[in-house]
Design a protein around this ligand. Structure first.
Ligand SMILES: O=c1ccn([C@@H]2O[C@H](COP(=O)(O)OP(=O)(O)O[C@H]3O[C@H](CO)[C@@H](O)[C@H](O)[C@H]3O)[C@@H](O)[C@H]2O)c(=O)[nH]1
Ligand SMILES: [Mn+2]
Length: 865
């Protein structure tokens, strides 16, 4: 398909000014490659949508830039059009469940609409599988009416809520001050940076620490627990007394591992830090409104990366937006608008080349954007996430541009928040404990880990540069300048762009001529990365299921910091898997990937001294945690003992052992209770977290351990599945709410947890049978009660799992209890019968008498009538 260069840049229907790259004008490409490259136009987009085979995907580049096109909506459902009209000027929304977002008219935060325009953003969409159906992108041009901290029509003239995004009620005032004093739910936090303020430096963000009345008891409890744990081990070693020494050893090792993993997990939580961006100050310093003399600098540019992968979308075809026309809902004639450049990339995929999934797509975006806009900052979103608070980009800028640690800050991570999770959050999709407690602990060290989406990066950090605080005195960053082609590949324009990526303000994007188009095509090929450091030392990291944690780790390892920014309304929101099996596969991917990282050259224990010692502890915990599950699994099966005829004790004196365990667990739980206070969580959030940990620990984490062992001996390991998302169906009958949650999808991953459940229920039944048989001493009774407590605890933790495998029945949870009681009664009586038959002496005479009656009735001798 030869195209003249003139045609290449001519407008196509649906876009006012698209610039399409194709490689035909290029000079670098061997003719043999041609079949992988096609001109990008509308028909091709449609054709590509139908091509969803994994290998041999053709690359596609589609560029629309600047001005004039008011709406670019792939789905263009009537609802979304209405929302567009109702909402203020500038919206970017990319989300798999677009329709739902519009339902309540609450598509995005509608109070401010400047983010993208102010930050001069460029948007890059990378299609893994051009499916369009679930993707909706609405880009609306900004109108010069409102600005954070200024009266805005959308907030009825009260811009205070914008100036202080962390104040839920918008009770503004000087940023940070009101946050700690006025906010009624924020009494837990006090300023921690007063000294810095005195030096008269402008603080683009404020730092808060937990109020002493909470944090001191918290630390004290954990110190006490540490002492208790040490005491416990001394006691156990001194009392090598057990009915079964093998089990004794297993439990000593197991308890020791639990102690270590508890320490790894707890240590990083002791100094939680919250940071609050001061948007008002940012606005004063940068881009002051017209009439202010215009003395301020401009905010740096941001490239916005969005990956989309469509899964199971039944025959949805992308629709390109309607051409701008007279009945367009927006009249832009009177406003000064600048629509960001919009680039669609479907990179080349070719048999024989590992496309490296998301990491591969990110790296192509990194290169293509370097050639077109080369913004010093990048923000990335998964296809299933969208922007919810348009002040978010500016909030991130507060951290990047602050005088204190700004230039050493590689990324600003926002929490992941989710829509359409059932209200009880049955499978802990919200991950509140991580995002509201753990992350704040990391914030007090070197910074939060990168979690894959909703994260603003400094481009140079992704290229492997050293942070200024670790740069050699001669000012040259070795990592970036040494033999650049070996690191970055052969594209000279790309290599030339690298040093410019650190400039605060990016020069205007280059003009898209034929040579550039060829270059863009070239950097999107599979072969481009051959023999380079892409995926290793440069960009997103390859060959791992959790590219996010590793990519963040490599950046921290170089000595960069990161910042955590939770704001209200949530900066970004996304979708989560609410089906049990999907959720388990998700955490299998995470835990398997994490363990792979531990056993790789990116092991945190191997990192150099630039990694903060406590940050090393954090990453060690983050990668090795699945190992605990091996022990948890064994412990969960210990109740099997109840089924054996004889009773025995793992550790004697048994009551002391139980007392230690009880005290240790109680202290841990109390510590958790204090933690939810300062994290602003509910008891339910916390319970769900405990429950889901146990669910993972019984089935998924052991599988992850198995996976890593397979990989260690050179096998392939387990295959990881992509998370499938709740599908939104446009039109038709309204779907059942959370239908996906009630679907039972069998998978081997469910089996171990089912086994643990059966064992524990059976143990309780047997214990009841035994107790009923009578003849127990007091000590035996106490032992039995302790055992029962353990069983009940395990079962309570597995409750959401039980609901999950009940499918639709879980809408009536009482069914579960009826079944439980019936099963327990059945097991208890069966156990009693077994005892009567095989060990009559251990059954009390009363039961034996009854038993003889029963036997007489069922005895064949009496069957004759
Ligand atoms: O071949 C692929 C696969 C995935 N993606 C993108 O990766 C995202 C993450 O996949 P998803 O199925 O949503 O998995 P989650 O478990 O929800 O993802 C979490 O965990 C991943 C690491 O396992 C991180 O990359 C994600 O950012 C993080 O949200 C998708 O939305 C896509 O945007 C691609 O671009 N290409
Ligand atoms: Mn996701």
């Amino acid at each position: 398909m030869g195209r003249t260069s003139q045609k290449m840049y001519s407008p196509v229907a649906g876009l006012a000014d698209p610039l399409m790259g194709n490689r035909n004008g290029g000079v670098k490409h061997a003719a043999g490659k041609d079949k992988y490259w096609v001109p990008a136009d509308e028909e091709e987009l449609l054709a590509a949508a139908e091509c969803d085979d994994e290998d041999g995907r053709r690359p596609l580049l589609y560029i629309a830039r600047e001005k004039q096109h008011p709406s670019y909506d792939h789905q263009a459902p009537e609802e979304s059009r209405r929302a567009e009209r109702a909402a203020p000027p500038f919206i970017v929304n990319f989300d798999g469940d677009h329709h739902e977002q519009h339902k309540n008219g609450k598509l995005v935060d509608d109070r401010n609409s400047h983010t993208i325009q102010d930050a001069l953003a460029t948007i890059w969409l990378s299609f893994e599988m051009l499916g369009g159906g679930g993707l909706a992108l609405v880009v609306r041009p900004g109108v010069e009416t409102e600005r954070p901290g200024m009266p805005s029509p959308a907030t009825g003239g009260d811009g205070a809520g914008l100036a202080e995004p962390l104040l839920a009620n918008g009770d503004g005032g000087a940023a940070g001050q009101a946050f700690c004093s006025g906010g009624k739910d924020k009494w837990q936090w006090v300023p921690a940076d007063e000294g810095e303020e005195e030096q008269g430096r402008p603080l683009l963000y404020r730092t808060f620490k937990v109020r002493g009345i909470l944090i001191h008891p918290y630390r004290l409890i954990n110190l006490a627990r540490l002492i208790l744990v040490i005491q416990f081990f001394i006691w156990r070693i001194r009392h090598k007394d057990s009915d079964n020494m093998t089990l004794w050893w297993i439990t000593v090792v197991g308890d020791f591992w639990f102690a270590v993993s508890w320490l790894l997990n707890q240590a990083s939580k002791l100094n939680p830090i919250r940071r609050v961006p001061n948007l008002e100050l940012l606005n004063q310093r940068f881009d002051p409104p017209a009439g202010d003399g215009g003395a301020g600098e401009h905010l740096p540019a941001v490239d916005v990366f969005i990956n989309t992968v469509m899964l199971n979308h039944p025959g949805d075809e992308p629709q390109l937006g309607a051409p701008a026309s007279s009945d367009s809902p927006l009249d832009l004639s009177a406003v000064d608008v600048r629509l960001p450049m919009l680039v669609y990339i479907a990179r080349e995929k070719r048999p024989g080349y590992d496309h490296q999934k998301k990491a591969g797509a990110m790296n192509v975006q990194l290169r293509v954007s370097a050639l077109l806009s080369n913004a010093p900052f990048i923000i990335n979103f998964d296809g299933d996430h969208y922007i919810n608070n348009s002040s978010a980009f500016r909030a991130a800028m507060c951290f990047m541009l602050d005088d204190r640690h700004g230039e050493d800050t590689a990324f600003v991570q926002f929490p992941q928040r989710f829509d359409d999770v059932d209200p009880t959050d049955r499978y802990c999709n919200h991950n509140r404990v991580f995002f509201d407690a753990t992350a704040l602990g990391l914030n007090g060290i070197q910074g939060p880990s990168y979690v894959g989406t909703g994260c603003m990066f400094r481009r140079a950090a992704l290229y492997g540069a050293d942070p200024p605080r670790w740069q050699p005195p001669d000012g040259r960053s070795k990592a970036v300048m040494d033999s650049p082609w070996k690191q970055f590949g052969n594209s000279m324009p790309f290599i030339n762009s690298v040093p410019l990526a650190t400039q605060p303000v990016t020069p205007p994007a280059s003009t898209l001529d034929e040579r550039l188009a060829a270059e863009l095509a070239d950097v999107s090929t599979c072969a481009y990365e051959d023999g380079t450091e892409w995926g290793y030392g440069v960009g997103w990291v390859y060959n791992i299921a959790t590219e996010d944690v590793v990519t963040g780790f490599r950046i921290h390892r170089k000595g960069w910091r990161s910042m955590y920014c939770a704001m209200e309304p949530d900066a970004f929101r996304g979708t989560a898997p609410i089906n049990l099996t999907e959720r388990l596969h998700q955490i299998l991917r995470w835990s398997g990937g994490s363990l792979d990282m531990f056993f790789s050259r990116n092991c945190p224990l191997l990192a150099g001294r630039r990694l903060h010692p406590m940050q090393r502890v954090v990453y060690t915990n983050m990668t090795i945690y699945p190992v605990s599950a091996a022990f948890i699994f064994v412990y969960d099966l210990l109740p099997l003992m109840w089924l054996s005829g004889d009773e025995f004790y793992i550790q004697k004196p048994y009551t002391t052992y139980v007392a230690y365990l009880f005290a240790g667990i109680a202290m841990m739980e109390v510590s958790g209770m204090v933690e939810i206070k300062w994290a602003g969580l509910t008891l339910l959030d916390w319970c769900r977290n405990e429950q889901f940990y146990m669910i993972g620990a019984t089935g998924v984490y052991p599988a992850a351990v198995l996976h890593s062992l397979l990989r260690l001996v050179g096998l392939k390991g387990l295959p990881f599945k992509l998370t499938s998302k709740p599908q939104s169906v446009s039109g038709g009958a309204p779907r059942e709410r959370f239908a996906e949650m009630y679907e039972v999808k069998w998978s081997p991953l469910l089996v171990p947890t089912v086994v643990v459940m059966i064992v524990n229920v059976a143990a309780v039944g047997a214990a009841i049978g035994r107790a009923a048989a009578g003849g127990w001493s007091f000590v035996q009774l106490v032992g039995a009660a302790g055992g029962l407590l353990f069983n009940a605890w395990v079962l309570l933790l597995l409750y959401p799992f039980a609901l999950g495998i009940m499918g639709r029945w879980s809408k009536r949870p009482y069914v579960l209890f009826v079944v439980l009681v019936v099963v327990l009664a059945a097991i208890a009586s069966a156990y009693l019968v077994l005892l009567a038959v095989f060990a009559p002496r251990s059954v009390s005479p009363v039961w034996m008498e009854r038993w003889s009656v029963v036997r007489a009735i069922v005895s064949p001798a009496n069957w004759r009538i």
